[in-house]
Ligand binder design. Sequence first.
Ligand SMILES: Cc1cc2nc3c(=O)[nH]c(=O)nc-3n(C[C@H](O)[C@H](O)[C@H](O)COP(=O)(O)OP(=O)(O)OC[C@H]3O[C@@H](n4cnc5c(N)ncnc54)[C@H](O)[C@@H]3O)c2cc1C
Length: 390
Amino acid sequence: MEPFLNEEQLAIRDLARTIAQEKVKPVRARYDEESIFPWDIVEELAKVDLFRVFIPSAYDGLVESGLGVTNMCLATEELSKACAGIALAFAGTALGTFPILLYGTEEQKKKYLPQIASGRRLAAFGLTEPMAGSDASAQRTTARRVGSEYVLNGTKVFITNGGEADIYTTVALTNPEKGARGASCLIIEKGTPGFSFGKKETKMGIHASVTRELIFEDARVPRENLLGREGMGFIVAMKTFDVSRPGVAAQALGIAEGALEEALRYAHQRHQFGQSILNFQGLQWMLADMATQIEAARALIYTLAARVDAGDTKDIGHLSAMAKLYASDVAMKVTTDAVQILGGYGYMTDYPVEKMMRDAKITQIYEGTNQIQRNVIGSWLAKEGARLAR
Ligand SMILES: Cc1cc2nc3c(=O)[nH]c(=O)nc-3n(C[C@H](O)[C@H](O)[C@H](O)COP(=O)(O)OP(=O)(O)OC[C@H]3O[C@@H](n4cnc5c(N)ncnc54)[C@H](O)[C@@H]3O)c2cc1C
């Protein structure tokens, strides 16, 4: 019995689970070791229509109403149970697509969403710059309006799916004098003259995901690629994070679930002092905490995702921040404890828990660090406090 999910969502979860277990698990260690981008897995996901689960039916997707955030979370969770890096080709595409889903015109949606739904073209989201990390308002990339085009100059860093994706929703300053209020979000296609890819990062974890610079040198983008209105770029980014952060939370949840499974399997089989180490209360208590935290994270994510899918996206910033904050801290704790439960073997690459521990770390950092999530929750609480005191 699954209290949160309907039949269709259960079917999506099972489909993603099958691919994760049958296709992702066997290759995850090699893809991690050799930093291989998982194009073959992308093809498998496309074959079973998993890129359609967050796209409305009007644009070749499967979503009848709302944003399909629950579907996106379920697929991300299942894929991340097997490999969080491979899962990111999917989840990063959802992140890059949300600005179009939220702010795209009919023409933009008709043009781009069916391509993404088919899995033929991946998406990415370009906000971060060398001087604009947590302070995303410190953008330097400019998009100067010249006739019927925007001319972009600047560099984005740390962009997931960079170089592999075809569609980049990107924030740039159309009115630099206005600072964050002068930022706009544009759709930029790979192959645009003046748009190239720079440094590919070498990372602690999620090696099967590519993290790369986007470089704009007089890159010309048609004006019709503007999302929303000029000056709305920062709002587009923040509203995107409201609905994409549950996806990072789901990735973290998947990593934690995968690690708990490995720890349980190992603890059952491993014998010390003449018995299974799973009999030791010291380990059972650790496992009890891990399992409890996972269930709490799941409840937080699924209820939030259901709320978003029901169309309630107005005042959810603090809830998205809570889901991402809590689930990623759980993932870090659970994977660290899983390594501990496997002892010396947990530290070795022969077992997947050391990779899970490395992968978990990123969920505390991207789409806003956990300090920033606490700031979001804190400022919501400050407003609540003022309201209660009135
Ligand atoms: C693997 C990877 C993939 C990524 N993918 C993308 C992507 O697809 N698209 C994209 O746009 N970006 C992406 N990012 C960027 C990511 O979102 C940023 O790295 C993140 O927001 C933090 O910015 P920063 O690295 O500049 O750290 P900084 O902002 O320099 O932060 C450094 C430290 O200071 C703390 N800090 C900063 N400000 C405050 C504050 N006000 N209060 C308390 N503490 C604070 C931070 O929490 C952190 O601990 C990715 C990053 C990585 C590593």
